[in-house]
Design a protein around this ligand. Structure first.
Ligand code: F3S
Length: 640
């Protein structure tokens, strides 16, 4: 039987397990990336493992999230990241150089390589054929220490692309169409592998937009073949030697096949507050727009912004519509500047921001109260923009640029001809000198810490029987933004678990932290797809610090589930989803933790004598990790 690209890469990196969907496989990891919001913790964890130097082929520490320097916290974190990278043998990318995924795609990612990153949009590198996965910071720290990365062997979905994009349709519309069809739960446990004649018609930036936002499907990752267009991209980036051809065998078998005819796509939009609430742009005609924001790791490439400049050239946005533009990297910024494309942006009224995540992580650029913000980003969860009642709509860069001129949604049929599709210039400027490469011997480097950097606490083992109250009951589709909101004030505390824990669920139930303090321990009850969204392990670390022992849910998002395991919180699944309605906040529960077996069912005792059956999808190893009080404890036990 022929092999898919996914099977080829996994087979080459397999260190344990069998390639049978659902069973655990351990993978050797070639590259890692961290960003500052999750990376300070990942690097503290790497230090706690005590291995000294990174063991991967390449590890890069990016600073792109918490770049506002309104006090000592963020600059101290950046200094810590710079010095710990130098000491440990990792490359450091300073604040303002660009967004981790855009920079990694342009400068470091390789076809056929495995990459994990402490950011859920790490699959962006799948646009050039990397097997790139988002992971919790601790998993990344362990990969840097040379340990394997464990995942359930994914099913492989072939996305057969036919035809060619026309008019105003863009790569973004491919992934919005998939989200429309499959929803934010549709990709769990799956890799989306793109194939078919339509692939060759898509540029690398279009492909990277699609694999970036495969994260919103809940997918393990997404991947494109490495073909002539990939080679052209890498050659223009001065990295032709990193190219290798990587395509599926002609007779490769897949677990599922989905077909998309690119020529049928038209501009789409994901409406508030979920990336799968997708409709056609024309269906919203007449809706006033208060803000447009172009950028983020999804749509901040040279081609996105050159298209934007072409659309805005000689025109002006209305005064009611704020336009923010964040280039994805200094490489993009340099190309725009060299071609005189910054001036049309400025003249149109745009605010050109630095090359960072910026408004995507609520680091400035919040919309007005109740305002409509049209963004090229990947997420539109409630409150993520920094304005709790802001309404975020997700579109492609060219759609956002066009709409910013109108100040309201309109039918693309009235927009006139679409801008020409943009190719990279032959002489892409290098920004390699802006990265800080580590010294050969970093042993004498002093790692500098500020008072905001608090070493990780030790966690207790899980008791044999957990007796605790349900201290929070939440609905379906709780995101990591619900668990731990983004925004400048909170994210500045990412390296200080005691301080950041005070914000856990603060925008859902402001009394929750107080109840946890009163009781010292507790259980969270959730619905479907609990923990979807970002990879932030603080959404597990914070609850763990407060004393959360278990979450009982109908279903769990992949990375958050892994983070719960890593920090010793029991992820329990209701056998009968209807039992969700039988449980209430304040219920006393007795969980027979030591009686749990992989995939087995146990009964939770209720104070009134009733029982609720729960199961799990944990492996034996994961259960042992939870019982040890988390992965760091388990690794230390293993080392000793
Ligand atoms: Fe940054 Fe937003 Fe991407 S926070 S890494 S631009 S999802």
């Amino acid at each position: 039987m022929g092999k898919s690209i996914t099977h080829k890469i996994i087979e080459k990196h397999l260190v344990s397990g069998e390639m049978v969907p659902g069973s655990e496989v351990g993978l050797r990891i070639d590259q890692t990336l961290t960003q500052d919001a999750t990376g300070t913790m990942a690097w503290l964890q790497f230090e706690a493992i005590g291995i000294g130097k990174v063991k991967t082929d390449l590890s890069v520490s990016y600073v792109d999230h918490n770049t506002l320097q309104m006090g000592f916290r963020n600059p101290d974190d950046h200094r810590f990241l710079r010095t710990v990278a130098a000491k440990s043998g990792a490359v450091f990318s300073p604040a303002g150089t660009g967004i981790c995924h855009q920079l990694h795609l342009e400068n470091f990612a390789k076809p056929g390589a495995t990459l994990i990153g402490s950011d859920s949009h790490t699959p962006t590198a799948g646009g050039i054929g990397s097997m790139a996965m988002g992971a919790g910071g601790l998993s990344v720290a362990l990969a840097m220490a040379g340990e394997a990365y464990f995942i359930p062997m994914p099913k492989v979905v072939k996305v057969e692309l036919t035809g060619e994009l026309t008019g105003w349709a863009a790569g973004k519309d491919v992934i919005l169409e998939l989200l429309r069809r499959l929803t934010v739960k549709g990709g769990v446990g799956k890799v989306f592998e793109y194939a078919g004649p339509g692939v060759a018609t898509l540029s690398v930036p279009d492909r990277a937009t699609i694999t970036n936002m495969g994260a919103e499907l809940g997918a393990t990752t997404s991947i494109f073949p490495s073909d002539d267009r990939t080679r052209d991209f890498l050659e223009k980036m001065g990295r032709g030697s990193d190219w290798m051809e990587l395509v599926a065998d002609a007779d490769a078998e897949y677990d599922e096949v989905i077909t998309i005819d690119l020529s049928e796509l038209e501009p789409m939009v994901a409406q508030p507050h979920m990336p799968d609430q997708v409709c056609k742009v024309k269906e919203l005609a007449g809706l006033k727009i208060d803000q447009c924001a172009i950028g983020s790791c999804t749509n901040s490439s040279y081609s996105d912004l050159k298209n934007t400049a072409q659309i805005l050239s000689g025109k002006k946005t209305p005064p009611e519509t704020d336009l923010l533009i964040s280039p994805g990297s200094k490489q993009v910024m340099k190309m725009l500047s060299r071609e005189g494309l910054i001036e049309p942006l400025l003249d149109a009224g745009a605010r050109v921001l630095e090359c960072t995540c910026g408004p995507c992580i609520g680091m400035g650029g919040s919309p007005t109260s109740g305002g409509v913000s049209v963004r090229t980003f990947n997420r539109n969860f409630e409150g993520r923009s920094g304005t709790q009642d802001g309404k975020i709509y997700l579109v492609s860069a060219q759609t956002a640029a066009r709409l910013s001129l109108e100040g309201e949604f309109s039918d693309p049929a009235t927009w006139g001809p679409a801008p020409e599709r943009v190719e990279l210039p032959e002489d892409v400027p290098s920004i390699r000198d802006l990265f800080v490469f580590p010294p050969e011997d970093g042993s004498s480097v002093e790692v500098l810490r500020g008072p905001n950097i608090v070493a990780l606490e030790d966690f207790d083992k899980l008791p044999e029987t957990v007796e605790a109250k349900v201290l929070l009951k939440v609905e379906d589709n709780i995101t990591t933004d619900h668990i731990l909101p983004a925004g400048a004030e909170i994210t500045a505390l990412r390296s200080n678990i005691p301080a950041i824990s005070q914000y856990i669920f603060s925008r859902v139930d402001a009394e929750f932290v107080g109840r946890m303090k009163d009781h010292g321990k507790g259980v969270i009850l959730g619905g479907e797809n609990y923990g979807q969204g970002s990879s932030r392990e603080h959404a597990a670390l914070g609850p763990r610090h407060l004393g959360v022992k278990a979450v009982i849910v109908k279903s769990l998002a992949r990375i958050h589930r892994a983070n719960l395991v890593n920090f010793g919180i029991l992820p329990l699944l209701l056998v009968a989803p209807a039992d969700y309605d039988r449980l209430s906040e304040g219920d006393d529960l007795t969980i027979p933790a030591s009686a749990m077996t992989p995939g087995g069912t146990v009964e939770i005792g209720l104070a009134d004598g009733g029982k609720v059956a729960v199961t799990n999808d944990l492996t034996k190893k994961e259960l042992e990790i939870i019982q040890a009080g988390g992965l760091l404890n388990a690794v230390r036990e293993g080392q000793s």
